[in-house]
Design a protein around this ligand. Structure first.
Ligand code: NAD
Length: 473
């Protein structure tokens, strides 16, 4: 009926994690009726109460508003979504396979299979998850096969619309993205998606309409580039750590070249999270499957450089503590300035405050977090590690329950012999060196993100060592 076609499309979002819950709330903010679906009943119960199960600025307000108005609902029943919605966005996880570098596609496969078997009308399935190139075409064939075998009525088309949101800015990035990429293999998806994203189009958001393979590749290409940029500056860190020099000035200077750009050139403990590490690994695995073994080999180096940053923080902790102990015993002078306790045994029993465990500020996400990895390594080496993160303590404790998590910065640094700043939360950037100095046992700090003003802290008697800087005991 014409009336049916004129109404706004009803949307479902399958998988309501960081991506999906944000997408669902933002689509209702745009005026659509939305049904969120997840296999995790606990998550669905919380979302249905208007509660965001993770930390994302601005999202709780949106979710509450639209759950209360009834425009946004949640269910664990995919069949309900299949009967009701015109467009199904799929944002389930695509984690790294355990013990392998490729992506684990079982959740995407399961989500698509359950949808395909339950849709009994015309509909559009729009993948948003990050997937290896070729996945969408394979899934489209699977959807056709499942539907033909079951003899289900209706036309179902599959499109891919990769997501570029950043945790911490997820709402803004979803409502006002830098660009929209729409990969299709048919004619029905594009006009429907133009209607769904009408507000973004009206705001002149670049609209890239392409095939399925390009759409899949745009996402992994963007992440591979960003990871490379971070590891590029961190490789230079290894040089400045050896010979001296200032990595921040180097980044500023090359960043002035508009072709290079200053963003994502911050030397530090490296990248982590649920996307960059697994995406560069999945890309290498996928191109190898395609017989292009050499093509993405440089990403293995990008990954290695990134992981070596974590080793560097642990080494630096050993050096800083050894130097402090030698100085305390007067041995540095007696042995011609050489430190004697250069082994990791210096970590045993050392009281170390770790500030930050999430992979980045303004998120509670600790997936593949460099900060949490470093904290755990120090603990494993015998250090007495006290951890504080404004939002990440609970997720970190679920992963590494034996670390000592505390609720405040003050508790974390109280009596510390060494303090590590590993995630650049605003509260840590703004720490008062005098106040923190009054609580610690020793004014020694490793700035894993190069965010503190070393000179200002030195005025209060602190030794602050940044990554990418030479440490001279
Ligand atoms: P997540 O783990 O937070 O969420 C995934 C959700 O999918 C979980 O709630 C899980 O229960 C649910 N799920 C699994 N199987 C399901 C099924 N068959 N039916 C319904 N729900 C199911 O993951 P995320 O961070 O939101 O990432 C999801 C995808 O988005 C990944 O491919 C990721 O690479 C991509 N992505 C994430 C971000 C980000 O910043 N988090 C940004 C861009 C792209």
């Amino acid at each position: 009926a014409p009336a049916e076609q004129d109404r706004a499309p009803r949307l479902s979002v399958i998988g309501t994690g960081y991506l999906g819950a944000t997408h669902a709330a933002c689509m209702s903010e745009l005026g659509f009726e939305v049904l969120g679906v997840d296999v995790d009943p606990e998550k669905i119960a919380r979302l249905s109460r208007g509660e965001v199960p993770f930390h994302e600025p601005g999202l709780p307000e949106l979710l509450r508003t639209h759950v209360e108005s009834g425009r946004l609902r949640f269910t664990t029943d995919v069949a309900e979504a299949a009967r009701w919605a015109d467009v199904h966005f799929v944002g389930v996880g695509t984690p790294q396979k355990v013990g392998e570098s490729g992506a684990d596609l079982r959740y995407v496969d399961a989500a698509l299979a359950s949808l395909a078997a339950a849709i009994d009308r015309d509909a559009l399935i729009v993948g948003k998850s990050t997937v290896p190139v070729g996945t969408a075409r394979r899934l489209a064939a699977m959807v056709r096969r499942v539907r033909a075998e079951a003899g289900l009525p209706g036309e179902v088309e599959l499109a891919w619309n990769p997501e570029f949101l950043r945790e911490g800015f997820a709402v803004k990035d979803t409502l006002t993205p830098d660009r929209l990429v729409i990969g299709t293999d048919g004619t029905r998806a594009e006009p429907v998606l133009r209607r769904v994203y009408a507000r973004q189009l009206a705001a002149d958001t670049p609209w890239i309409s392409t095939d399925l393979e390009t759409a899949e590749l745009v996402k992994v290409a963007a992440n591979a580039f960003l990871a490379t940029k971070i590891s590029f500056i961190n490789a230079f860190s290894e040089i400045t750590e050896a010979v001296g020099g200032d990595i921040g000035t180097l980044a500023d200077a090359i960043g002035h070249d508009a072709r290079i750009g200053r963003r994502f050139l911050n030397a530090g403990v490296g990248f982590g999270g649920g996307c960059l590490p697994k995406d560069i690994r999945a890309l290498q695995a996928r191109v190898s499957e395609l017989g292009l073994d050499r093509t993405m080999r440089f990403l293995a180096e990008v990954d290695d450089i990134n992981l070596r940053r974590r080793d560097r923080v642990v080494d630096l902790a050993v050096q800083v503590l050894s130097a402090a102990r030698d100085a305390g015993r007067g041995e540095a002078a007696a042995y011609g300035g050489k430190t004697t306790g250069s082994g990791v045994e210096v970590l045993r029993g050392a009281r170390i405050a770790v500030l930050g465990v999430t992979f980045k500020p303004d998120s509670d996400d600790v997936r593949d977090s460099p900060a949490l990895d470093v904290a755990n390594r120090l603990y494993t080496a015998g250090a007495d590690v006290r951890v504080h993160d404004p939002e990440g303590n609970a997720n970190a404790a679920a992963r590494f329950p034996r670390l000592d998590y505390v609720d405040s910065l003050e508790e974390a640094v109280e009596g510390a012999e060494l303090t590590l700043l590993l995630t650049e939360w605003q509260a840590f950037r703004e720490m008062d060196p005098a106040a923190v100095g009054a609580l610690v046992d020793a004014r020694l700090l490793i700035d894993g993100r190069n965010v503190l003003d070393v000179a200002a802290w030195a005025e209060h008697g602190w030794t602050v060592v940044g990554l990418g800087h030479r440490f001279d005991p």
